[in-house]
Design a protein around this ligand. Sequence first.
Ligand SMILES: [Zn+2]
Length: 59
Amino acid sequence: MWVAVSFEQAEGIVYVCAKCGAKLKSEDLAYIGILECLECGYEVLRKARPDTVKMVRGR
Ligand SMILES: [Zn+2]
């Protein structure tokens, strides 16, 4: 399910274009100042979680 997300400039967040699937770094989006795909110009992006999900065990 594709969900439009609000623009966040936090570093380390990767967005995925809902149309072409291009991965966009939040830093790059912050650079251009708009939330749209740098590859195809589509305006619907979703957050992508990092591939590596750390399981942190509490003490
Ligand atoms: Zn795209």
